[in-house]
Design a protein around this ligand. Structure first.
Ligand SMILES: [Zn+2]
Length: 270
């Protein structure tokens, strides 16, 4: 899960409680030691009871609990998590994938819970991105906002930070006539974010009973959802409509979640 979502979910202690077991599982998985239920119970400091949270993990087959010698209870991967690890276990971003998947599952289960309002915001965002920016096959159809970061000379491959610099280089080093200068310059761009129609987002938030004013305060405070380039504004107006330029990680998250869903569904059909 990207840190960006963290700004909406994990800084909120109510919502963080729901993801906490997963984070601890990840830790024990990393160090290769058994994850004892007892550890989770002892360290529990959230208002929402652990049992209520674990119930969803068990129902969704993310975890299962087995009893070991001496009555110790160990939290192990459930069927779904085993399946995920089989599929993506040899990738370096496996925890990222698992976290994305599990968070998505939990968010979709919890959006109706009155005591986890920030999940409703995440769900609104995910729905809105899925509808507006992602094709049914999981590919990104969103319009990107790029920024030129450097200029490359097509003749010799050298890079320059500004258009002036490269024009000077092409003119004096390669003696390029002025009407051919543009053709020998290649702009190198980086992706800043994607256009998300502001009106659609506000509509999606209202649909999930999330107060847009509060939500936008959070965007400003934590820079959540939006891109992190200091030179580019968050809101861009175009043809009379306003767009929020959102961070590519959100679009990747939703696109990947769609892909996994399709892959897992295909796997189950076989
Ligand atoms: Zn050159």
């Amino acid at each position: 899960m990207s840190l960006d979502i963290g700004n909406i979910v994990t800084y909120n202690p109510i919502s963080y409680a729901w993801l906490y077991p997963l984070f601890i599982w990840e830790f024990y998985k990393t160090i290769g030691q058994p994850f004892l239920l007892n550890v989770l119970e002892k360290g529990w400091k959230y208002k929402t009871p652990l049992e209520k949270i674990l119930q969803i993990y068990l129902e969704e087959e993310i975890f299962k609990i087995i009893e070991a010698e001496g009555g110790r209870k160990i939290i192990m991967e459930g069927n779904l998590l085993v399946e995920m690890l089989k599929k993506y276990g040899d990738r370096s971003d496996v925890f990222d994938i698992v976290c994305t998947w599990v968070t998505g599952l939990i968010v979709s289960r919890l959006h109706k819970e009155p005591d986890v309002p920030s999940f409703r915001a995440v769900r609104a965002i995910i729905n809105c991105i899925a509808e507006e920016l992602i094709s049914p096959d999981g590919s990104v159809k969103a319009e990107p906002l790029d920024k030129v970061v450097s200029y490359r000379c097509k003749v010799c491959g050298s890079r320059f930070p500004s258009r002036e610099d490269i024009r000077r280089h092409v003119t004096y080093t390669h003696l390029t006539p002025s009407d051919e200068i543009a053709a020998s310059i290649e702009e190198e761009k980086t992706l800043i974010g994607y256009f998300l129609d502001l009106e659609s987002l506000i509509k999606a938030l209202r649909k999930e009973n999330v107060d847009p004013e509060t939500f936008f305060t959070r965007i400003h405070k934590f820079r959540a959802l939006v891109h992190d380039d200091e030179d580019v504004p968050w809101i861009v107006e175009r043809n009379g409509r306003r767009y929020l330029i959102i961070d590519p990680s959100w679009v990747r998250l939703v696109s990947r979640t769609r892909e996994y869903e399709r892959e897992l569904m295909r796997g189950r059909e076989r």
